[in-house]
Design a binder for this molecule. Structure first.
Ligand SMILES: [Zn+2]
Length: 259
């Protein structure tokens, strides 16, 4: 029986594998829910590619969310909370831990993977960022990434970005009836929101593929998107929902030796 720690290590090493080109150096971070109010999140400065048991810290979700709710929160109060975790565990959580807490607490996810893939960022660092988030170019995009993704304009990582993502997430859920599978951050990267480690990898891989297809299409001319009618029909087709259900049975990536 693999543990949450085994699973998040496995996902981290998979996302960080050099051949995938999703992150370099200490870019990116991952988290997994470990209880109603707890998550394991990557420690600041740790590398996904070589992540081990000491590269994750367990933190309370409510404690991080409370920072967003308190209008008096400033950089010092965030540093105080992160330092306290650092003293208790030996490692400070990633600066993006608040975003992970939001994805787990309000985004319906159990596992979250944040990466900076080159093909995705090529679009997010261009005038085509909105295209990536809102245009559907082929059916599998809907099956894995859902009908609509979220795009957040560039804001420095930290309190303001976390608050903005939470506001937009609530708007998205109110409009669509469900949270998105992927949140794109302009000029930055992507967050995959999954029920399992396997789903987070699937979402990340599909976002990379969609980005490659869009780039190739844009390079030879204009994209020819699916119509709204086609997209809605595909989203609701019984056989596509069956494909999703089959994929969801592949619960987690095989856990690797965490020693
Ligand atoms: Zn990032």
């Amino acid at each position: 029986m693999s543990t949450d720690l085994d699973r998040i290590i496995s996902l981290s090493r998979t996302l960080g594998a050099p051949g995938r080109d999703l992150v370099i150096l200490a870019e990116g971070n991952t988290s997994v829910r470990t209880g109603a109010d707890r998550m394991l999140v990557k420690a600041s400065g740790a590398h996904l590619a070589t992540a081990g048991p000491d590269d994750f810290v367990e933190v309370g979700l409510a404690e991080l969310i409370a920072l967003l709710d308190n209008p008096d929160t400033d950089q010092q109060s965030i540093a105080d909370v992160f330092n306290r975790v650092g003293v208790a565990t030996g490692r400070r959580p990633s600066v993006e831990a608040m975003l992970h807490a939001i994805c787990l607490q309000e985004g319906g996810a159990s596992v979250v993977g944040h990466t900076h893939p080159v093909p995705v960022n090529a679009l997010l660092c261009s005038e085509h960022a909105e295209t990536l988030a809102s245009v559907i170019v082929y059916p599998e995009q809907i099956v894995i990434l859902g009908r609509r993704a979220m795009l957040i304009p560039y804001v420095d990582p930290g309190l303001l970005l976390a608050r903005l993502v939470r506001d937009r997430l609530r708007q998205h859920i109110a409009a669509e009836g469900a949270p998105p599978k992927v949140i794109y951050l302009a000029n930055h990267g992507m967050f995959a929101l999954g029920a399992t480690t396997a789903e987070v990898l699937r979402i990340t891989e599909m976002a990379v593929k969609v980005s490659r297809i869009m780039q190739a299409g844009l390079a030879i001319g204009a994209l020819s998107p699916l119509t709204d009618n086609d997209s809605d029909r595909i989203d609701e087709r019984e056989d596509e929902q069956y494909r999703r259900a089959v994929l969801d049975r592949a619960e987690h990536l095989p856990a690797r030796d965490a020693s």
